[in-house]
Design a protein around this ligand. Structure first.
Ligand code: GDP
Length: 456
C-alpha cells in the first residue's frame, strides 16, 4: 500500500531523525520534500498545502526544536496530521471497534436496514457488495440479503447471485424485465418477510457519471430510504476517484466511501484527499479479489503503514488468527534463548504462507521495509516459500539445528535433494540470519504483544 510515497517519506525522515539538533530551515527543507512526495502521490493540492502548513507550524514550535529528539517529534507530528487527513483518530476510548468498520456502519435502524451501494462500472461494486454481506454477518452477526438493481449490464444480476452463493448470503430472485425502482421495492418487501436484518442494494454502474445514472440513484434512494449510501471507488484512479465522489456527493446522500484495489500500487492520492475534498469518511478498503479481502479503514493503521512504522496491530491480529498460542509461546521461548534455528525458520515460513504470503507480512512489519525491498530484489515470492520448505526438509536434523555445519559439500547435497541450486540454499541461510536479527529487534521492543499495546 502506497509503497513509493512511503519510501519517499521514509528517506526524508531518516535524514531528520539522524540529526541531533534541528533548525527551522531543516524543517522547512524537509517539508519541501514532503510536499513533492505528496504531490507525486497524486494528493490534491489544497490538501497538500493544508498539511504542510499545519505540520510546519507545529514543528517549528519552540518546544519541538529544542527537545532532545526533534526529528522523532517531527515524525510524530506528521503521523498525527496524516491520521487527521485520512479521517481522524478512531476508537480512542480503547474500545474494540478495530476491524468492525471503524467509522461504523450504522445498522441499528429498524430492520431491514438498507445499504445502497453506488459507483461506476468496474470500480468493484458488485464484488464489494458480496464482501460486505460476509463482513456484516461475521463481524456484526447480522443476516443480510442482496439484490442487484443493475438491469443495464447483461448478467450483472446473475453475477451477484453467484457471489451470494459463495458468501452464503441470500439474493433476491431475478424477475426478467423488472426496473430498478420496482426491484428495490420487491427486495425490501422480501427482506422484511424473511426477517433479514440488512438489505444490500447493488445499483447499476456506468462508465461515467451521467444524468440518467444520478436520476436512477435518486429514485432508488427515494423508495428505499437507505441508512447507508456507500460509494465504491477504485483507489488506483487517484484524483479521479475523488472527483467521482464529489459528483456523487452532490446528488445522493453518501454516508461513506469504500476504496477498492488497495492491494494494488495505488499512490495514495485517493485515500489522502478523499476526506478533505468530499467530507465523506472512507469506511472500508478492498484489499484483493477474494471475498474476505475487505478491511475496516483505520486511519491510524494506514498512517502507520505510510510512515513505514508497520501496521503492527493488523500483524498481531493476523498472527493471532493463524498461529496457535502454544506454538507462539514455544517459539518465543526459543527466541529468548537465542535458539532460532532452521526448524524454527521452517515453521515461520509455513505460518507466513498461512498468513497471506511474504509481501503482505513484510509490508506490515516495522523496520521491514528494507527486508521487503531485498525480497523483491531477490525474486523471493510465495513459490520460493515452497522451495525453502523443500530445502530445509532436505537437511539433516543436525544441520537444521546448527546451520553453520553447512559447508559447500553439504550445500550441494541439499540442493540435489530438494531439486534446487546452491544459490537458493544460500538465500535460505541468509534469510535465517536476517529473521534472527529482526526477531531480536522485536524482542528488544517488548515482543509482539508489547508492540501491539504500544500501537493499539
Ligand atoms: P463492478 O462493475 O463495479 O460491479 O465491478 P466488479 O465487482 O465486477 O469487479 C471488477 C473486478 O475488480 C473483478 O475482477 C473483481 O475481482 C476486482 N476487484 C474488486 N475489488 C477488488 C480489490 O479490492 N482488489 C483487487 N485486486 N481486485 C478487486
Amino acid at each position: 500500500m502506497f509503497d513509493s510515497l512511503s519510501d519517499r517519506l521514509g528517506g526524508v525522515f531518516d535524514r531528520l531523525k539522524g540529526r541531533g539538533a534541528l533548525s527551522e530551515s531543516d524543517v522547512r527543507e524537509a517539508m519541501r520534500e514532503v510536499r513533492i512526495a505528496l504531490l507525486e502521490a497524486d494528493v490534491a493540492l489544497p490538501v497538500v498545502r493544508r498539511f504542510i502548513d499545519s505540520v510546519t507550524e507545529k514543528a517549528i514550535g519552540a518546544d519541538v526544536l529544542r527537545s532532545v529528539t526533534p526529528g522523532q517529534q517531527v515524525v510524530k507530528i506528521v503521523n498525527d496530521e496524516l491520521v487527521a487527513m485520512l479521517g481522524g483518530a478512531l476508537a480512542e476510548d480503547g474500545g474494540d471497534d478495530h476491524g468492525k468498520g471503524v467509522e461504523g456502519l450504522n445498522l441499528d435502524a429498524k430492520p431491514p436496514v438498507v445499504i445502497m451501494m453506488v459507483g461506476l462500472q468496474g470500480s468493484g461494486k458488485t464484488t464489494t457488495t458480496a464482501k460486505l454481506a460476509k463482513f456484516i454477518r461475521e463481524k456484526h452477526g447480522k443476516k443480510a440479503m442482496m439484490a442487484s438493481l443493475d438491469v443495464n449490464r447483461p448478467a450483472a444480476q446473475e453475477q451477484l447471485a453467484v457471489l451470494g452463493e459463495q458468501v452464503d448470503t441470500a439474493t433476491l430472485p431475478i424477475v426478467a424485465g423488472q426496473q430498478p425502482v420496482d426491484i428495490a421495492r420487491r427486495a425490501m418487501e422480501s427482506a422484511r418477510l424473511q426477517n433479514h436484518d440488512v438489505l444490500l442494494l447493488d445499483t447499476a454502474g456506468r462508465l461515467h457519471v451521467d444524468e440518467a445514472l444520478m436520476a436512477e440513484m435518486k429514485a432508488v434512494a427515494g423508495v428505499s430510504a437507505p441508512t447507508e449510501v456507500l460509494l465504491v471507488v477504485d483507489s488506483l484512479t487517484g484524483q479521479d476517484a475523488v472527483n467521482v465522489a464529489k459528483n456523487f456527493t452532490e446528488e445522493v446522500p453518501l454516508t461513506g466511501v469504500i476504496l477498492t484495489r488497495m492491494d494494488g500500487d495505488a499512490r495514495g492520492g485517493a485515500a489522502l484527499s478523499m476526506r478533505h475534498v468530499t467530507g465523506k469518511p472512507i469506511k472500508f478498503a478492498g484489499t484483493g479479489e477474494k471475498l474476505d479481502a475487505l478491511e475496516a479503514f483505520d486511519p491510524v493503521r494506514v498512517a502507520g503503514r505510510i510512515l513505514g512504522m508497520g501496521d503492527v496491530v493488523s500483524l498481531v491480529e493476523k498472527a493471532a488468527a493463524t498461529i496457535k498460542e502454544e506454538d507462539a509461546e514455544a517459539m518465543a521461548k526459543r527466541m529468548a534463548k537465542g535458539q532460532f534455528d532452521l526448524n524454527d525458520l521452517r515453521t515461520q515460513l509455513q505460518q507466513m504462507q498461512n498468513m497471506g504470503g511474504l509481501g503482505m507480512l513484510a509490508g506490515m512489519m516495522p523496520g521491514m521495509k528494507k527486508a521487503k525491498a531485498a525480497l523483491a530484489a531477490s525474486d523471493t515470492d510465495d513459490k520460493m516459500l515452497v522451495h525453502m520448505d523443500a530445502i530445509i526438509g532436505s537437511m539433516t536434523p543436525k544441520e537444521r539445528a546448527n546451520p553453520a555445519l553447512l559447508n559447500a559439500k553439504r550445500k550441494r547435497r541439499v540442493a540435489a535433494g530438494s531439486g534446487t541450486h546452491v544459490s537458493q540454499i544460500n538465500k535460505v541461510l541468509k534469510m535465517h540470519q536476517e529473521m534472527g536479527r529482526a526477531m531480536k529487534q522485536i524482542k528488544k521492543m517488548g515482543g509482539l504483544k508489547g508492540l501491539g499495546a504500544l500501537f493499539g
